[in-house]
Design a protein around this ligand. Structure first.
Ligand code: FAD
Length: 324
């Protein structure tokens, strides 16, 4: 089986982000997973052990001086170096704001092409095939790259397969060497505080999202209460974001996060195509809307025609009583 590079995003303190397991799992479905991570040589043993537990057979720790000062450049150079070292059949990155930009720049540097926002992968007749959910999830399409490096961004939460742990992955530690065009300069980094105990939207197993139908910032508490009763992340439509109910980081859809949770509950969301583009691959969709003709019901597995202010409190009470 050919090598497949899996780019590992890290937090400010160098810890692999939760997307790491999915990237390595996805790589294992089409070849031998090689985790590529930016780090310091002192941390390489720890990084390798952790990524090995997630199924990486090889770990490439790239040492970069500009990773804290220049947006994305170190990652582009590290992946270009690793591509030269391992001749991969494909390079996988999470479909996140940071990694999408890295994927595009890598395609220029490594003479490849990007298959964006894949929700599935397969290997067929010596070709890697990426599967995509397009036009708001109404169609499934497939793509591949001919004659160049295949670079894929994978939608977080869409690939469930996890790789078997590897006790002693083969480790390479190397300084980045490929020269890349300068990226944006980072002046300051501030981690946004995640509400205690609530999962992040990206990669969450369950999401409760509110739309303009919630009516106000104060009433958005209703969405949060249902989310907390289920241990779910909170999302929103763009109309709810534009109205100032929640920050933009909550937005689900074409110009927000793409999510593929097991459960997506839409409260007071009409189901515009741009919203559906970010949630239609959820495994089970529940919609509560007072308009029985709202397009969200076309994609919902379960729908309740009703007022969220009457239905949701009853739902929260019932969930709490069942959970004891
Ligand atoms: P509305 O369409 O106003 O729907 C509100 C719904 O709430 C209605 O269906 C109504 O029946 C229901 N309702 C009202 N009160 C109640 C109640 N008390 N109980 C129950 N139901 C109630 N949108 C996104 O979400 N994400 C994106 O990423 C995104 N990107 C876009 C990109 C572009 C280029 C463009 C042009 C648009 C984009 N949009 C996006 C906007 C999108 O087209 C819609 O305008 C938006 O999704 C509507 O949000 P909404 O469903 O909350 O609001």
């Amino acid at each position: 089986m050919g090598n497949v590079l899996a780019f590992i995003e890290t937090t400010a303190d160098g810890t692999p982000k939760p997307t790491a397991a999915e990237q390595i799992g996805a790589a294992a479905t089409i070849g031998t997973p090689v985790a590529v991570v930016l780090g310091a040589s002192a941390d390489s043993a720890n990084l390798a052990a952790g990524l090995g537990r997630l199924g990486a057979e090889r770990v490439y720790v790239a040492l970069a001086e500009n990773s804290g000062t220049e947006l994305g450049s170190a990652a582009v150079a590290a992946l270009a170096d690793a591509a030269k070292a391992f001749s991969p059949v494909a390079v996988l990155l999470p479909h996140t704001s940071d990694s999408k930009a890295v994927a595009g720049r890598l395609a220029v540097v490594a003479r490849g092409a990007v298959a964006a926002n894949a929700v599935g992968l397969r290997f067929d007749a010596d070709e890697v095939i990426a599967q995509h959910s397009v036009f708001g999830g109404d169609y499934n399409t497939e793509s591949t790259v001919e004659g160049g490096l295949m670079i894929l961004t994978v939608r977080p939460g869409s690939i469930e397969k996890r790789a078997e742990p590897v006790a002693e992955p083969e480790v390479t530690v190397a300084p980045v060497s490929t020269a890349v065009a300068p990226g944006a300069t980072i002046d300051d980094i501030e981690e946004t505080a995640k509400p205690a105990g609530r999962p992040a939207l990206r990669g969450a197993k369950a999401v409760v999202a509110g739309g303009r139908g919630i009516g106000s910032k104060e009433d958005f508490l209703l969405v949060e209460q249902l989310a907390d009763s289920l241990g779910a992340a909170v999302g929103a439509s763009r109309a709810a974001v534009d109205a100032g109910y929640v920050p933009q980081s909550y937005q689900v859809g074409q110009t927000g996060e793409s999510v593929s949770p097991q459960l997506y509950i839409a409260l007071g969301i009409s189901g515009a195509i741009q919203h559906r583009a970010g949630m239609q691959t959820a495994k089970t969709i529940v919609a509560i809307n007072k308009d029985e003709d709202a397009p969200i019901f076309e994609v919902a597995d379960f729908g309740i025609v009703g007022d969220v202010f009457s239905v949701v409190p009853q739902l929260v009470e019932e969930i709490k009583s069942r959970r004891g």
